[in-house]
Ligand binder design. Sequence first.
Ligand SMILES: Cc1cc2nc3c(=O)[nH]c(=O)nc-3n(C[C@H](O)[C@H](O)[C@H](O)COP(=O)(O)OP(=O)(O)OC[C@H]3O[C@@H](n4cnc5c(N)ncnc54)[C@H](O)[C@@H]3O)c2cc1C
Length: 206
Amino acid sequence: MEKPAKGMSLLVVEAGTPGYVKGRRLKKIGMHAQDTAELSFEDCRVPVKNLLGQEGQGFIYLMQKLQPERLVCAVAAQAAARRALEHTIQYCHERECFGRQIAKFQNTRFKLVEMMTQIEVSQSFVDRLVLEHAAGKDVTTETCMAKFWCTEMLKKVVDECLQFFGGYGYMLEYPIAKAYIDARVQTIFAGTTEIMKEVIARRTGI
Ligand SMILES: Cc1cc2nc3c(=O)[nH]c(=O)nc-3n(C[C@H](O)[C@H](O)[C@H](O)COP(=O)(O)OP(=O)(O)OC[C@H]3O[C@@H](n4cnc5c(N)ncnc54)[C@H](O)[C@@H]3O)c2cc1C
């Protein structure tokens, strides 16, 4: 095919269409509230009226929606990092070791302040992009930056937060453990960190 991007169309396939099979539910390490399953389409025929939009424009439609999806990932990672930190600060004031709250140790205070600063700095960037996107500005490059930056930041923040919970942090009954496993996929889905960097490099002519 000469122009593969032009050869893709979006079709609505109704449940129950012969050849459309919902496969096994995949077992993920996190995000258990969200099911992820294999779907297969074999000799599946759908009526012409099930074409979504125009023929041959499927790839363009998908590309157009990638940016809002990546911006949502950045916003969600930002919010998750903030929540994990708030939760950890509270715990550091409750937990006592050697007769002192762990929040009173200099290492704890410095780490918490470092994370607080990272979160505040990236919040300004994300807020700016949300406003610019809502105003119709093309923020594709910056959105890729925010997607990789915020999701990598989230991974680092939840890892450092979990450390303050000691052994409890490794127990699934503690929300920080769930935050840790749920964070892992954020740098993978909606475009990996490496692909975000590739897109940025290409768009900026590096
Ligand atoms: C829980 C979950 C939910 C998902 N939900 C959806 C969904 O709703 N819709 C959807 O369409 N997809 C979804 N995905 C798929 C997801 O978007 C892909 O897994 C992701 O984009 C990575 O693609 P891949 O798995 O094919 O990895 P690969 O492309 O095989 O990449 C493997 C590794 O190679 C690296 N790599 C690849 N190419 C390059 C390159 N050019 N330069 C440098 N490094 C490179 C990648 O960064 C990665 O580290 C989901 C995935 C998961 C895990």
